[in-house]
Write a protein that binds this ligand. Structure first.
Ligand code: ZN
Length: 551
């Protein structure tokens, strides 16, 4: 039983779907640049399952965006908590009508609404929406969140929802030792070392004995599974012990969105970028301001500087149900007879973590704000022609840096097609959000790598999917078009019939724009459709067609 469980209401929140709960994602799970803020409830591979209010309250926010949560509802409850339901297919009829009215008024598919407290009240179990796969969702599921009154997401298991069969302890994929200072060594080496494990009990492993000197730490790569689903989920807690005394702990009860990006400091970021596997570190380093990793006064670091010391280091990895995997690691002090030389790569571009840094040549400037780097770093910066390499993609950035290009050499016509691209070593590139001032284009990015100026001369494409010019569409519910843009991507679209706005929903995954004739926006028999699509530099394509429709 978690300490926090006694501090929150038990069984106040009901499950939002009327099916047995199986999860494809757990709270705190390590994701790209963030910890997962809710639980992902499997929807049997389908969409359109009724989604119910988890408890009484009022709908305080409705958001529709192309990416992220897609269509989402937020309910504020009388006890101060908020629940969130995301990747929805559509809303219940009343809410759908309310949202569509606002979309037609704003003439926009994407929208964010904050209904007043007395506007849409809901009872526990009341239908609010239908599950879907909208936004950045990799398959049909419901993302469900509980947030405290300070908008911090909390582990839903603290409140209940524990009616899930789970008898399996977490599975460990890899265990690693890290020398942490210039004087530290592990088994004679000054680099990360993978440690061999052998099974000594059902859920107990013993590691090969390691020799170490100086400050060292450990990290693991593991996942958890429930009994009735194949999905590889995140763990609940990880604890480290030195001779039985706890020296480090992370536990996913609650975090704040402001600290979620510190995941890049908590994991071995370079290893993740190179191998697509996340090693969670069991020790603290500078510039890790993450509450869930700072549970006590200890930092998780073993200090092996007394001769002939032997320590038993132990790791306990747990899921929320308490299933535990234990790993024992014998560590002995051993000075290296001969220390390998450290090669520190010095460059003219030294950036200190506690200060902002700026570098430039005649055309290109780079600005890295204070506390964007986790460590003082000699940056590898190479200024090229209309292109710059800014350090290595394996180094994390906590905040955005800016990269600016002087474009005064380009004609006005060229400037209108020009943008800043992120360029990969193998030559492919994509649009990096480009702010255009008169003679300076700038991009803000949290990824080190190569950036350069590129042209986009191609207009977007627009293709009718279920009609052609002059077609009778009386028996059709939907009007569908496919839109695409090869280079910078779709920025905006606008559709009218006989000069009046019609709402079209856009799914970036299928590239389909859909109008629902049940909106009753199309009232005439003879109709002239006009669709305007713009890419991110402003190239515009206009599509026009006629269709007929009798009520
Ligand atoms: Zn989710």
């Amino acid at each position: 039983m978690s300490q926090t469980e006694s501090e929150v209401p038990q069984n106040y929140f009901h499950k939002p779907l009327d099916i047995p709960i199986l999860l494809s994602g757990t709270f705190g799970e390590l994701r790209s640049n963030h910890f997962h803020s809710g639980m992902d409830i499997k929807t049997q591979g389908r969409t359109e399952l009724p989604v119910e209010a988890s408890a009484e309250g009022y709908i305080s926010r409705i958001k529709i965006q192309r990416y992220g949560y897609g269509k989402a509802i937020y309910i504020t409850h009388p006890n101060g908590y908020q629940t969130v339901y995301a990747h929805l297919n559509h809303f219940s009829p009343d809410i759908e009508a309310y949202v569509k009215q606002a979309q037609y008024k704003k003439e926009s598919y994407t929208i964010e609404l904050f209904p007043a407290e007395d506007k849409i009240k809901v009872n526990q179990g009341e239908l609010i929406a239908y599950s879907g796969n909208s936004g950045s969702s990799g398959g049909p599921h419901l993302h469900f969140e509980i947030r405290d009154s300070n908008s911090r997401p909390m582990n839903p298991f603290l409140f209940g929802f524990k009616d899930i069969q789970d008898t399996k302890a977490p599975m460990i994929r890899g265990l690693y030792a890290y020398p942490l200072t210039k004087e530290s060594i592990v088994d004679g080496k000054r680099s990360r070392k993978k440690i061999k494990l052998s099974k000594i009990g059902k859920d107990t492993y013993k590691a090969e004995a390691i020799d170490a000197f100086g400050e060292i730490g450990f990290g693991f790569d593991a996942y958890d599974q429930f009994d009735l689903a194949y999905n590889k989920n995140g763990l609940y807690s990880a604890e480290a012990f030195e001779n039985g005394k706890k020296i480090f702990e992370t536990k996913f009860d609650r975090f704040s969105f402001a600290e979620t990006r510190y995941i890049n400091r908590m994991i071995d970021y370079a290893f993740f970028k190179e191998h697509k596997k996340r090693i969670q570190k069991l020790f603290l380093q500078s510039n890790l301001n993450l509450d869930l990793a700072q549970k006590n006064d200890h930092d998780g670091i073993l200090r092996m500087d007394q001769d002939s010391t032997s320590i038993t280091y132990r790791i306990d990895l747990k899921d929320y149900m308490g299933n535990t995997k234990t790993i024992q690691i014998p560590v002995e002090t051993k000075r290296a007879s001969e220390l390998p030389e450290i090669e520190e790569k010095r460059t003219p571009y030294f950036a200190q973590s506690n200060y902002a840094s700026a570098f430039d040549n005649n055309q290109i400037d780079v600005y890295i704000p204070k506390n964007a780097l986790y460590e003082d770093t000699y940056l590898d910066i190479q200024f090229g022609f209309n292109e710059i390499k800014v350090h290595e993609y394996t180094t994390p950035l906590h905040k955005s840096m800016s990269i600016g290009f002087d474009v005064s050499e380009f004609s006005e016509e060229d400037k209108s097609k020009l943008y800043i691209a992120k360029i990969f070593p193998w030559g492919s590139y994509y649009y990096s959000n480009t702010k255009k001032k008169k003679n300076r284009f700038v991009t803000y990015t949290k990824d080190f790598g190569t950036y350069g100026l590129k042209f986009d001369n191609e207009k977007p494409t627009i293709k009718p999917v279920n009609f052609r010019d002059g077609k009778w569409m009386s028996n059709y519910r939907y009007l569908k078009l496919e839109i695409d843009d090869a280079e910078t991507g779709i920025d905006a679209f606008h559709a009218t019939v006989n000069g009046e706005f019609i709402l079209m929903e856009y799914d970036y995954k299928t590239k389909i724009l859909t109008h629902d004739f049940n909106d009753n926006a199309v009232t005439e028999t003879r109709n002239k459709l006009k669709v305007v699509v713009t890419d991110k530099v402003g190239n515009t394509r206009i599509f026009e067609a006629n269709f007929n429709r009798k009520k």
